[in-house]
Design a binder for this molecule. Structure first.
Ligand code: FES
Length: 85
């Protein structure tokens, strides 16, 4: 069974995940992961000069992303943040 990993969405920043994965390009060639890191940050702002990895450009461009996962309510539906409808 494959270990389940958690990918964290940093507020206004990259996706961060444990460095025990492989990432390949559209031709199937593997990118070399940054060495000596326990976690890897993947760009989600589109401005990195070292895609698919984050190089910190998201700060320079003022990338905004603060989505939050919707928690299911106890009845199996979706929790609402406003009065609901
Ligand atoms: S998320 Fe960091 S450079 Fe894009």
């Amino acid at each position: 069974m494959t270990e389940r990993i958690t990918i964290r969405c940093r507020e206004n920043g990259p996706l961060v995940l444990p460095a025990n994965f492989a990432i390949v390009d559209h031709l199937g060639n593997e990118f070399t992961l940054p060495q000596g890191k326990e976690v890897i940050a993947l760009c989600r702002c589109g401005n990195s000069k070292n895609k698919p990895f984050c190089d910190g450009q998201h700060k320079q461009v003022g990338f905004q992303a603060a989505e939050a996962a919707v928690k299911p309510d106890r009845t199996g539906g979706c929790e609402t943040t406003s009065g609901g409808h």
